[in-house]
Design a protein around this ligand. Sequence first.
Ligand code: SAH
Length: 222
Amino acid sequence: MKEIDIHGIGMTSRRTRERLINRLSDQGIDSTDVLEVIRNTPRHLFVDEALSHRAYEDTALPIGFGQTLSQPYIVARMTQALMAAGPLDRVLEIGTGSGYQTAVLSPLVKKVYSVERIKPLHERAKKLLRTLSIHNAQLKLSDGGMGWSVMSPFDGIIVTAAPDQIPEELLQQLSEGNGRLIIPVGGRGVQDLLLITRQGDTFKKEMLEAVRLVPLLDGVQK
Ligand code: SAH
């Protein structure tokens, strides 16, 4: 009998998704909210069709322009760390890329702002998120090292590309009472994934784990 495929998600994909969720949970992702959004987010739509059969493997995948969609474990880990102190209203993401992380954040927060420096990636993500009826995300083409000051302060900022050092602008755009910044620091190679929490003018720094993301670059690429 032919399968009825309501959302363009085949049975195989449903099984492999479940396998991914089990793997994330085995690796210490214990937020049911995070596991649930990852289960429900169609990662295969965020990568090239030729790679969609690998979309539910726990692996980073290329999205063009030398960029990669992070491994699901990293997306889950960063999202869980961002959300760990309770619900957030306004979140800024630096590095929209495919839009997958934006889509994961969308049901978890009131409003997601996301900036990307590569124009074709920005445009593709914008279109895809619209197709998926994600309406609480606002995307902008710009250099995220400067944050998005007119929309600040943010309860959370999540940076999905690695700078050499924490951009001061991002610290200043965090909410004074408990704003949270998740950021990989160390440029090219292996970075420290840090959680910075703000209380007034005090910034507390916590090392989460070693990660390997693409570098944060300057300027906009049209
Ligand atoms: N969150 C993305 C991850 C993409 S990889 C996803 O879910 O697909 C990181 C992205 O950060 C790349 O698309 C890269 O172009 C972008 N990036 C790098 N430096 C940037 C900067 N200064 N400002 C905005 N985006 C940047």
